[in-house]
Design a protein around this ligand. Structure first.
Ligand SMILES: *Cc1c(COP(=O)(O)O)cnc(C)c1O
Length: 403
């Protein structure tokens, strides 16, 4: 099957975004924002300030740092860099994506209503349904289509709207600008989990979202060697509340983890370009394979979110899902690849393959949003695309034929 010309599909914009004061391009900010040479020594790379406390000249007189849960210079560099990439005025780093999520949940109170996209990250659904719902928080779940329709009535009474786009693992698209408008009309805060797209492909605050949240464990760290989270906003009141909650709830990253994410960010622009290019090659291969019944990737013209992706993303990302005929075939295939590692998580330089229904989405298996049992999810890495396709071809040829 012939793939469409990328530039023709992408009406949003072909160039990465500029920062909020319009000075430098994305690839430059990914390397330099928040990271002037170290003022103490001239070190070009931000040092790992492995310290829990900071000397004061007199009581309360210090250089902006007193205790490392409150602030640490390595973490500050990460917060400034990533805020710049999301075109945000304020950024907050956390110990994990889930740590960011639970901190954001403290912006609202028991009894409040959260409207959430149904195809949400399994760990987010587990937190909402098993931790916050029993405490009296209320949740309703809407499909990406319902949310994209932008009806304010869907959000009536909501305090928070929680979406992902593309979603996981079905790669559905939610029209962020439409939901943002509806959320504003309903008086709710819109949170966008931007983990799958990264700010290189999509900047939700520019589309009207109030908060953007990340698992930096994925593409932002990019090397599968760190767990981290991040949240950013342009709203000074929300930012102040988040800063208070960050130090008060304490889900902060250590300096070495902050440094690993900073190091990963430096190559985000080149990695994302290669990730997307490789995904295009893998999708072209899978689309023509007789054992694959359907490929789910927003870049395909028959994908239901293709037009929305063209409006709000700069390319189509490197998460690819596909359906085989049966669950047995899907489970069999994921253990037959050699180069593609069978593992949870995503967004690293290495390619991963997994079976969502039994792995990443096992926690939603009993709920209303179970992943299809015949679904396989790929995180396409930045190895040689030829090698990636060859390995998939071998595994698909070796697996048992359809019953
Ligand atoms: C991994 C992930 C999270 C959770 O992040 P952790 O760093 O594992 O806590 C949240 N949302 C999405 C979309 C994810 O992929």
């Amino acid at each position: 099957m012939a793939l469409p010309d990328v530039a023709a599909c992408l009406t949003h914009r072909a160039r990465p975004p500029r920062d909020y004061d319009g000075r430098m391009e994305f690839a430059t900010r990914a390397i330099h924002a928040g990271q002037a040479p170290d003022p103490a020594t001239g070190a070009v790379i931000t040092p790992i300030y492995q310290t829990s406390t900071f000397a004061q000249e007199a009581v309360g007189v210090h250089k902006g740092y007193d205790y490392a849960r409150v602030a640490n210079p390595t973490r500050t560099a990460l917060e400034e860099c990533l805020a710049s990439l999301e075109n945000a005025a304020h950024g907050h780093a956390f110990s994990s994506g889930i740590g960011a999520t639970t901190t954001i949940m403290h912006l609202i109170d028991p009894g409040d209503l959260v409207v959430c996209v149904n195809d949400v990250y399994g760990g987010t659904y587990r937190m909402f349904s098993q931790v916050y719902a029993p405490k009296g928080y209320r949740f309703t779940y809407a499909t990406p289509e319902e949310l994209s329709a932008g009806a304010a009535t869907l959000l009536t009474g909501a305090r928070l709207v929680w979406i992902e786009s593309p979603t996981n693992p079905l790669l559905n698209l939610v029209d962020i600008a439409a939901v943002a408008q509806a959320a504003r009309a309903a008086g709710a805060l819109l949170v966008v989990d931007n983990t799958f797209a990264t700010p290189y492909l999509q900047t939700p605050l520019d589309l009207g979202a109030d908060l953007v949240v990340h698992s930096t464990t994925k593409y932002l760290g990019g090397h599968s060697d760190v767990v981290g989270g991040f949240a950013a906003t342009n709203d000074p009141t929300v930012a102040e509340q988040l800063r208070f909650l960050q130090k008060t709830l304490g889900a902060v990253p250590g300096p070495f983890d902050a440094w690993l994410v900073l190091r990963g960010l430096k190559t985000l622009a080149v990695r994302m370009e290669r990730h997307c290019e490789n995904a295009r090659r893998v999708v072209a291969f899978l689309s023509e394979h007789p054992r694959v019944t359907r490929v789910l990737w927003p870049g395909l013209p028959d994908h239901p979110g293709h037009a929305i992706a063209g409006r709000q993303m700069r390319d189509f990302g490197a998460m690819v899902s596909f359906l085989l005929e049966t669950e047995e075939e899907a489970v069999d295939l994921v253990s037959r690849t050699e180069l593609w590692t069978l593992a949870e998580s995503l967004g690293g330089v290495e390619s991963l393959i997994e079976h969502p229904a039994r792995m990443t989405h096992a926690s939603t298996a009993a709920g209303p949003f179970a992943a299809p049992a015949n679904l396989v999810r790929l995180s396409v890495g930045i190895e040689s695309a030829d090698d990636l396709v060859d390995d998939l071809a071998r595994a698909l040829a070796a697996a048992p034929a359809r019953a």
